[in-house]
Design a protein around this ligand. Structure first.
Ligand SMILES: [Zn+2]
Length: 449
């Protein structure tokens, strides 16, 4: 049960008119799961948990709008792999995961998000090998304490690795009946969870797609995600040769854009890191145009504030929850992160421009506290323990209260077991199978251009 928490004397990053962000010294009161007051010198009632926030910057928690959270056991395997290789070595290795592996991978992914200040994650959960796999994934997100938008995903499955054969029955009856079952559970369980739908089956016949979306809408699902090449993460897009994300492009889509990490198997899940990459890449591309014509740009093309907003208020709007999430405002959900403004990385920058300090100077080590739905999930720079029994009504494979240290040991043990399975697979042959299965024109695959 969330108690009252008073964040006292911190520098709050407050969104105002036109999403302009102001740094304001004030107190912030949380009652239950809601921000109830933002004022100077709030007098706490008895029992309020008071946190001294002098020398702290307080910002809304970050919102990651595209992430495959199950992939923790894959980490480090794709550092030099393009999409074609990753499809076999990454995406399809979901087939090697048991439901318990998916649970643990998902726990690892959610806790990394919390550790780096992400309070809401849109999980494009393409791990649906069986009803148990998706139930395990959803139970893990619930136990972790993050605010998940769990986008249940009909997932391409393999019939066999050798020969490499994709199962063409993309939507067997259990896929949609499992979604109905999850909807029934989540409406009862916890308002922190939102169910969405992830769909990458645009190649299916029109009537199948229409019927599927009619069903999804009839279940009250509002957030639907899919893949498009100019996707959410500059890190993953750059690695996989998928172009530059649309958020800061010249296409004029910024007001409808947000950012996500995509694959934490490839890089950190830190949204400020992604914002920094995106911002500086956009500036670099813009500057190149001037340099090519022997000209000098008069001003930067994108600002720190625009980058910060992509990871906060714009993310909230992207999932239709701009009135509830994405900024520090009375009446909104208490999803909040507290930075150490006196850290070696942030000192001086935080006093001059706190938004710049977060976007350009911070590291996850500067994050002292993370609050989701009014509950402290990271304190003193350390993740709090998680209670797996919270997810037992959905999937009861794991329970008990776990500290991060023990969770990391279990992840390491499971990774070793996973690698024993991975070593038996001929990924070169599998990649050829991917090329055939997805009708990729081999003539286009070049060493250089
Ligand atoms: Zn993706």
């Amino acid at each position: 049960m969330a108690a009252s928490i008073l964040l006292q004397g911190g520098t709050l990053l407050l969104h105002g008119h036109d999403d302009h962000v102001e740094s304001v010294k004030a107190d912030l009161l949380i009652e239950g799961s809601i921000i109830t007051r933002i004022e100077s010198d709030i007098e706490p009632s008895s029992g309020t948990h008071i946190i001294d926030c002098r020398d702290k910057v307080i910002s809304p928690g970050f919102i990651d709008t595209h992430h495959h959270v199950w992939q923790t056991l894959q980490r480090g395997r794709h550092a030099n792999q393009l999409l074609l290789e990753y499809m076999a070595t990454g995406n399809f290795t979901s087939s090697l995961h048991t439901p318990a592996d998916i649970f643990w991978g998902e726990v690892g992914g959610c806790l990394e998000c919390l550790d780096v200040g992400t309070t809401t994650v849109v999980d494009h959960a393409h791990c649906n090998y069986s009803p148990e796999h998706s139930k395990a994934a959803l139970a893990a997100t619930l136990s972790s304490g993050i605010r998940p938008v769990f986008c249940y995903c009909p997932t391409p499955r393999l019939d066999s690795w050798d020969p490499f054969k994709i199962n063409m029955d993309f939507l067997p009856p259990w896929v949609m009946s499992t979604l109905e079952e999850l909807v029934a559970h989540t409406s009862l369980l916890n308002s922190r969870i939102q169910l969405g739908f992830a769909f990458d089956g645009a190649w299916l016949p029109k009537e199948v797609i229409v019927n599927t979306f009619d069903k999804v809408k009839s279940l009250g699902i509002k957030v639907i995600t899919t893949h498009y090449v100019h996707n959410a993460s500059l890190s993953t897009n750059s690695l996989m040769a998928l172009g530059t994300p649309v958020a800061f492009s010249d296409l004029g889509l910024q007001s409808h854009s947000s950012v996500g990490v995509d694959c934490h198997s490839n890089q950190s899940a830190s949204i400020p890191s992604e914002l920094r990459l995106l911002l500086q890449c956009s500036r670099g591309l813009n500057n190149e145009k001037f340099i090519a014509q022997d000209k000098i740009p008069k001003r930067v093309n994108k600002t720190i504030e625009e980058a910060f907003n992509l990871g906060t208020i714009a993310g909230a709007r992207a999932i239709g929850r701009g009135t509830e999430l994405g900024s520090l405002k009375v009446g909104k959900k208490a999803d909040i992160v507290v930075w150490d403004a006196a850290s070696p990385g942030m000192v001086c920058a935080a006093e001059e421009d706190a938004v710049a300090a977060v976007v350009l100077h911070s590291s996850p080590a500067d994050l002292e506290m993370v609050i989701v739905d009014g509950v402290i999930r990271k304190e003193g720079g350390k993740l709090k323990s998680v209670d797996f029994s919270e997810g037992n009504e959905i999937w009861d494979g794991e329970n008990g209260i776990w500290e991060w240290k023990e969770i990391s040991k279990e992840l390491t043990r499971r990774r070793v077991e996973m690698m024993k399975k991975v070593e038996k697979i001929d990924f070169q042959a599998a990649t050829k199978g991917v090329i055939q299965g997805f009708y990729i024109d081999e003539e286009k695959i070049m060493e250089s251009v």
